[in-house]
Design a protein around this ligand. Structure first.
Ligand SMILES: CC(C)(COP(=O)(O)OP(=O)(O)OC[C@H]1O[C@@H](n2cnc3c(N)ncnc32)[C@H](O)[C@@H]1OP(=O)(O)O)[C@@H](O)C(=O)NCCC(=O)NCCS
Length: 187
């Protein structure tokens, strides 16, 4: 079907392009060399960004993991999370503005959901600023629910935070795909 054919639907082509992009996304461990690109995404994403020292201090903790998403060898997203006995906690997570709404965040979150198991870590938690509606909508679409309001949670503003949680239940194996590697204790 050519672009000029009567059946051509540009929205369909866009959707195909986006899913093609999504299939080219690779998620891997964060390494020191990634820091410049990560700091750039961080600054583009938050009014009060972490600096390099904050990233390094978090990543120095034994239970802290960093991952990045790459599209054509360019970093388009990162996630920093902690491993706890019965849960995973997302500390920092962003997708580059020009790579948003292409499923990058969804893939990174799905990767985390895949690590959950009924027997061990069965939930993912995070705090999101009350003004960060985009992130709230994103996490809600991924099956997270706001379970508590943390009043005046931040040092820099008097904003509240929503404490959001994704919980693996007996009849849920994740929000989109099956929990393929549940039970494996890997980061
Ligand atoms: C939140 C964030 C990581 C989402 O990443 P993303 O790659 O754009 O998200 P996805 O493309 O995977 O979106 C998956 C679904 O989430 C929902 N969603 C994502 N962004 C949304 C938005 N701005 N408004 C409404 N729904 C949204 C949609 O349902 C979307 O599916 P669709 O595009 O088919 O409609 C990204 O917006 C971001 O980096 N924001 C700034 C940093 C930030 O707030 N981080 C979270 C801190 S708690």
């Amino acid at each position: 079907m050519g672009k000029n054919s009567p059946e051509f639907d540009p929205r369909q082509e866009d959707a195909q392009d986006l899913s093609l992009e999504a299939s080219r996304i690779q998620i891997r461990w964060l390494i020191r060399r990634d820091m410049d690109e990560i700091l750039k995404i961080e600054r583009q994403s938050f009014n009060r960004p972490w600096n390099e020292a904050a990233f390094l201090s978090a990543l120095r903790q034994r239970n802290c993991i960093g991952t990045v998403a790459e599209l054509d060898h360019k970093i388009v997203g990162f996630m920093i999370y902690e491993l706890h006995k019965s849960m995973l906690r997302i500390l920092n997570f962003a997708v580059a503005p020009d790579a948003r709404r292409m499923g990058v965040g969804k893939q990174m979150t799905q990767r985390l959901v895949d690590k959950l198991s009924q027997q061990r870590r069965n939930e993912i938690v995070l705090e999101v600023r009350e003004t960060n509606v985009d992130a709230q909508l994103f996490f809600a679409s991924a099956g997270f629910r706001a379970v508590t309001v943390l009043r005046q949670h931040y040092d820099d503003t008097c904003e509240d935070a929503y404490y959001m949680r994704f919980r693996l239940t007996a009849d849920s194996s994740g929000f989109v795909f099956p929990n393929r590697i549940a039970g494996l204790d890997a980061a």
